[in-house]
Ligand binder design. Structure first.
Ligand SMILES: [Zn+2]
Length: 153
């Protein structure tokens, strides 16, 4: 990883931290109000930790983290009373959607590429392949057959 890429990753993680704080703030008052103070404190700490871990994972691996909002909700729902579940689910969904939108903007702007070459192929899902091409080639190992067929044509 280049120094430039590292700097961008640090910046991205700082932004993701803001998103995780925003989710935390929107749900922290919904934690079981009848639990003992010590239990409440422990729950708050766990919820904050889970929010941060989710964001870290999202920042590190935005392409392969499926349904991050559901994953986070599953991890923290036990800290909230049944009457607050729908509100927590909604807040998590909104907060994660904002973070995912932000990451996608960054990716589209090429902020995370750091000038690194990308394979020129398109995946089966119609998205640009994110893998690194073979040295002095335009395609990655799984798409190198495309280069050969172009050369043959
Ligand atoms: Zn490829």
């Amino acid at each position: 990883m280049t120094a430039q890429m590292e700097a961008q990753l640090v910046q991205l993680q700082a932004c993701m931290y803001q998103y995780s704080r925003a989710i935390y703030r929107s749900i922290k008052d919904l934690i079981d109000p009848y639990a003992e103070a010590a239990v409440q404190l422990e729950s708050l700490r766990s919820v904050l930790e889970q929010c941060e871990q989710t964001m870290e994972r999202l920042a590190a691996d935005p392409h392969y983290f499926a349904k991050p909002d559901r994953a986070l909700f599953q991890d923290i729902r036990r800290f909230f009373p049944i009457t607050a579940q729908a509100q927590v689910a909604w807040a998590v969904k909104e907060g994660i959607a904002a973070a995912v939108g932000f990451i996608e903007e960054q990716l589209e702007a090429g902020a995370l590429d750091g000038g690194v070459a990308r394979c020129r192929a398109t995946t089966r899902k119609g998205k640009p392949c994110q893998r690194t091409p073979l040295p002095e080639r335009d395609y990655c190992p799984s798409h190198q057959h495309l280069e050969r067929s172009l050369a043959a044509a």
